[in-house]
Design a binder for this molecule. Structure first.
Ligand SMILES: [Zn+2]
Length: 384
C-alpha cells in the first residue's frame, strides 16, 4: 500500500513521512479514526514507507523487493493481529495466524476493511470477535524472533478495542519497552473502548473522516460519476469510503429496479397479459437471482408506501431517488385506502414465497394479475 492510494489525509501523510525522514519513529502509535476513513491502509503505507529501500520524500517506491512484498502483505517483518473467533476451519484457540490468508485476501479486495465484512470473510457466524490471551502470547512469540530483511519489525494490531483486560495486560510491558527496532501500530475507531493501560502507552496519530472534496474526487475518478452526484454521495457518507461505495451500488440498483417497475406498472394498467407474461419471464431468469427478486419486491413495497404518504399528507418525498419523483406523482393517485392493505399483503406474501423457493415465473405472473385488478379499484371519496 502506497500513500498515493489512500484517499485524502494529505496532512497526516506529510507528517508521517516527515517524522520518518527526521528519524522520529515512535515505537507505539495509535492510528485513530472512524470506520471507512482509511486508518488501516494508512498504517500499512506507513510501515511500507519505513521499510522501502528506495523511498522518496513523498512516498515509498512501490517497486523495491520490500515494497513488492508489502503490496502482497507477505513481508516477513510485517505482522498483524486482529479480532478472530472459532469457525468451521479453526475449532479452538483461534489466533490471527490461523486466518492470515483470509486477512490478506480481504485487504486486497477492500483495503478499507470493516469489522462486519471481516466477520463475513472468516465465516464465524454471530460469534463475538476477540483478541484473546492466546493472541497476546502469539504476539510475544512473534516479536521475540529477529528481523529477517528490514531494519524494523512491525506489528499492526487492528481493532485493539477487542482486547480484554487479561489479554491486554500481557502486552503492556512489551508495548512500553519493545525490543529494539520493533514498532507497534494500533489501528482503532474508538479510543474509549481501548483499555486505558494500553492507550496511555501509545502516541496518537489522528486520521479522522475523509474530507468531502477528497472523497468526491475519488468517486469521480474511480466510478466515473458526475461531480455533482459524487458531491452528494460524499456528503451523505460521513467521510466513510465504505458507506460511499454502498450508496453507489445502491443507486445503480435503484435505477435498474425503477425501470423494471415502470414497465411492469404500465403493462399492469393496460391489463396486457402477453406483456405481463414476458415481464414475469424476464424477472424469473436465474441470472436475476432470488436475492435480487426479494430486493425488487421490497423496492415495490417502498414505492407503494411512498405513494400512500404522498396521497395522505407529506408530499416532500425525501426518501425517493430523483428519478422516482416524477413517476410517483403520476402513480400515487392509484394507491389509496381502498386497495393499499391488499397490495401490501400481496407483496409480503410474494416475498414470503420467494424466500421459500416458489417458482418465480408463476409467482410474479400471479402477482401481476392480482395487481391488475387491485389498481382498478376506485379511490374512496375522501381521498379525491
Ligand atoms: Zn520500495
Amino acid at each position: 500500500m502506497q500513500f498515493k492510494n489512500i484517499i485524502g489525509h494529505e496532512n497526516v501523510k506529510n507528517r508521517l513521512i516527515k517524522s520518518v525522514n527526521e528519524g522520529r519513529i515512535s515505537h507505539a502509535q495509535l492510528f485513530l479514526g472512524p470506520e471507512g476513513c482509511g486508518n488501516l491502509p494508512m498504517a500499512i503505507a506507513y510501515a511500507q514507507y519505513i521499510s522501502c529501500q528506495n523511498k522518496t520524500t513523498v512516498d515509498s517506491c512501490g517497486e523495491c523487493s520490500s515494497c513488492v512484498k508489502y503490496e502482497k502483505l507477505i513481508h516477513p517483518d510485517l505482522h498483524f493481529a486482529f479480532p478472530v473467533a472459532t469457525s468451521a476451519g479453526v475449532k479452538e484457540k483461534p489466533v490471527s495466524v490461523n486466518y492470515i490468508s483470509q486477512w490478506r485476501e480481504a485487504n486486497m479486495e477492500q483495503p478499507y476493511l470493516s469489522l462486519t465484512s471481516w466477520q463475513a470473510k472468516i465465516e464465524t457466524g454471530n460469534k463475538q470477535l476477540l483478541i484473546s490471551k492466546n493472541e497476546s502470547e502469539s504476539i510475544l512469540k512473534i516479536l521475540s524472533l529477529k528481523t529477517y530483511e528490514s531494519e524494523y519489525k512491525v506489528m499492526i494490531i487492528w481493532h485493539p478495542e477487542r482486547f480484554n483486560i487479561a489479554s491486554g495486560n500481557k502486552l503492556l510491558k512489551i508495548i512500553e519497552e519493545p525490543p529494539s527496532k520493533t514498532l507497534f501500530i494500533l489501528v482503532a475507531h474508538d479510543s474509549e473502548q481501548i483499555i486505558s493501560t494500553i492507550l496511555s502507552r501509545t502516541q496518537l496519530v489522528k486520521v479522522g473522516q475523509i474530507q468531502v472534496e477528497d472523497l468526491q474526487k475519488e468517486l469521480t475518478k474511480k466510478y466515473g460519476i458526475e461531480p455533482s452526484i459524487a458531491h452528494k454521495i460524499a456528503l451523505q457518507s460521513d467521510g466513510n469510503f465504505i458507506n460511499a461505495q454502498k450508496l453507489i451500488e445502491h443507486s445503480e440498483l435503484d435505477e435498474e429496479f425503477h425501470e423494471l417497475f415502470k414497465t411492469w406498472m404500465r403493462s399492469t394498467f393496460k391489463a396486457n397479459v402477453p406483456e405481463l407474461i414476458i415481464w414475469s419471464e424476464e424477472i424469473a431468469k436465474t441470472s436475476f437471482g432470488r436475492e435480487k427478486q426479494k430486493q425488487f419486491l421490497k423496492y415495490g413495497l417502498h414505492l407503494f408506501r411512498e405513494s400512500l404518504i404522498k396521497n395522505y399528507g407529506n408530499s416532500e418525498m425525501e426518501r425517493v431517488a430523483d428519478n422516482g419523483v416524477k413517476f410517483l406523482t403520476n402513480f400515487a393517485p392509484y394507491i389509496h385506502g381502498a386497495n393499499c392493505i391488499e397490495i401490501i399483503e400481496l407483496f409480503d406474501n410474494a416475498f414470503y414465497h420467494i424466500e421459500r423457493n416458489a417458482n418465480p415465473k408463476i409467482l410474479f405472473l400471479d402477482l401481476s394479475l392480482k395487481l391488475t385488478k387491485l389498481l382498478r379499484v376506485e379511490a374512496p371519496a375522501e381521498a379525491e
